[in-house]
Design a protein around this ligand. Structure first.
Ligand code: NDP
Length: 445
């Protein structure tokens, strides 16, 4: 790291011990900022780097609930309100046993920059719990969500902090969370949560938005290099919300999507994934990905192993952080990959990113490529505020327009700061400038 920023990074390490994912996310941003602080010394003079690395507020609380057998269960929940220079804190909630403060802080930190890239007025935050919804009944999930909201509600508000979904938190969980918020506050404040069902204030395209947005960004990135996604062999990892709709949009644009995965294994379907079947297996039946292969005689299920061993031209990691390491990146390059776009947050390790960039693979970082989810959440807030409900076509057009803007901002900033074609640098620089200028304008708060 550049000596100008090294000391700031050391401070982050010292002040946040043991939070490896947070350290990784901070390093990835700071590594892009040396040319920025050289050109704009005022950011260092006013301690903008230290301030941006320190959350405005961090909440940790106990969530007690009763399971179906009448036993009391205890989970831990978090909300990190990272930065509100551009708007209310905005970012999802994750329910997964791996959740701890370091994961929530990495996600919240990323969210500041991602939200800025959308060009919409939203700050950055993130939350979650180590609760594991897998294998729990609907009634258990409901009781957990109600208990979590009973503490969280006092920190939320459409002008304060607006959560949404993430891993393990979909429409079902958002519904239970919103129901409890409404009950406790006695207010129908639709804009306090996004990712709601269409029946009660949700936005069309929100469910599809992150996956669709990732593919729209990939389309732009390929077009800028004189290429196209049409006819390309594509792999998505994961088989959750982001993966399913990335596969759907890529197929609609003429790509052949041949594989997806979950944490137990992967499926290869050379005829192209049947996205409707995948949706049914995962969203309706809530089964494992192996059940997809049971329904499709020509598809193969591979238990364990790495989905990145399957040759492809476009790779869309859409599962979780650090799922694509250097050796997987090497395999992808050997198999002729042209573009990698992160549908998930930080799915590629730093060594994987370096290798892909060195080998001339087009690489889109998550904070740019998966910004379509939060952007459409912001469109949901707009509809809630104006008591309106937009059509699918109109909302998808807005999403595409926003993703084109995100691509342009990344490409232009990369060019201006001497790193043409480097979307990591472009995304970090463009978003940092916007947040840093707002922070300077707002004074020392
Ligand atoms: P889901 O819970 O809907 O799906 C997650 C998928 O990833 C599942 O298939 C899951 O498999 C798999 N997965 C989770 N952990 C692991 C692991 N350790 N190893 C392998 N596979 C794993 O989550 P989303 O699709 O919503 O989120 C996926 C990623 O996208 C996350 O990084 C999230 O932060 C990011 N993201 C999501 C947005 C959204 O709008 N939902 C917005 C922006 C980013 P299994 O069922 O076996 O656990």
């Amino acid at each position: 790291m550049d000596p100008l920023l090294e000391e700031h990074y050391r401070t982050v390490l010292d002040r946040n011990p043991g939070e490896q994912e947070f350290h990784q996310a901070v390093a990835e941003v700071l590594e892009s900022l040396a040319p920025v602080v050289r050109r704009h010394p005022e950011y260092l003079e006013h301690s903008v780097i230290e301030r941006i690395c320190e959350p405005e507020r961090q909440l940790i609380f106990r969530v007690p609930w009763t399971d179906d057998r009448g036993r009391v269960q205890i989970n831990r929940a978090f909300r990190v309100e990272f930065n509100s220079a551009l708007g209310p804190f905005k970012g999802g909630l994750r329910f997964h046993p791996s959740v701890y403060l370091g994961i929530v802080k990495f996600l919240g930190f990323e969210q500041i920059f991602k939200n800025a890239l959308t060009g919409l007025p939203i700050g950055g935050g993130k939350g979650g719990s180590d609760f594991d919804p897998k294998g729990r009944s609907d009634a258990e999930v409901m009781r957990f969500c109600q208990s979590m909201m009973t503490e969280l509600y006092r920190h939320l508000g459409e002008y304060t902090d607006v959560p949404a979904g993430d891993i393990g938190v979909g429409e079902r969980e958002i519904g239970y969370l919103f129901g409890q918020y409404k009950r406790i506050t006695n207010r129908y404040e639709s804009g306090v949560l996004t990712g709601k069902g269409l029946a009660y204030g949700g936005s069309r395209v929100r469910r599809e938005a992150t996956g669709y947005g990732t593919v729209f960004f990939t389309e732009q990135m390929l077009a800028a290099a004189g290429d196209s996604i049409s006819g390309r062999r594509v792999i998505v990892s994961g088989s959750g919300n982001v993966a399913i709709y990335a596969a759907q949009k890529a197929a609609q644009l003429g790509a052949q999507v041949v594989a997806c995965s979950d944490s137990s294994g992967y499926v290869v379907d050379e005829d192209g994934l049947d996205v409707e079947l995948l949706r049914h297996v995962k969203e309706v039946e809530r089964l494992r990905i192996s059940a997809y292969a049971d329904e499709r005689p020509d598809a193969t299920y591979v238990a364990g192993g790495s989905v990145w061993d399957v040759p492809c031209e476009v790779a869309l990691p859409c599962a979780t952080q650090n799922e694509l390491d250097e050796s997987a990146a090497r395999t992808l390059v050997e198999n002729g990959v042209r573009a990698v776009a992160e549908g998930a947050n930080m799915p590629c390790t730093p060594a994987a990113v370096r290798l892909l960039q060195q080998r001339g693979v087009l690489f889109a970082p998550g904070k740019a490529a998966n910004a379509g989810g939060v952007a459409t959440s912001s469109l949901e807030m707009q509809q809630n505020a104006s008591r309106d409900s937009w059509s699918f076509a109109h909302t998808e057009d807005r999403l595409r327009e926003i993703m084109t803007g995100v691509h342009e901002r990344c490409a232009t900033s990369a060019e201006e700061y001497g790193a043409p074609g480097n979307y990591v640098a472009g995304a970090n620089i463009s978003s940092f400038l916007q947040v840093a200028d707002a922070m300077l304008a707002l004074g020392v708060v």
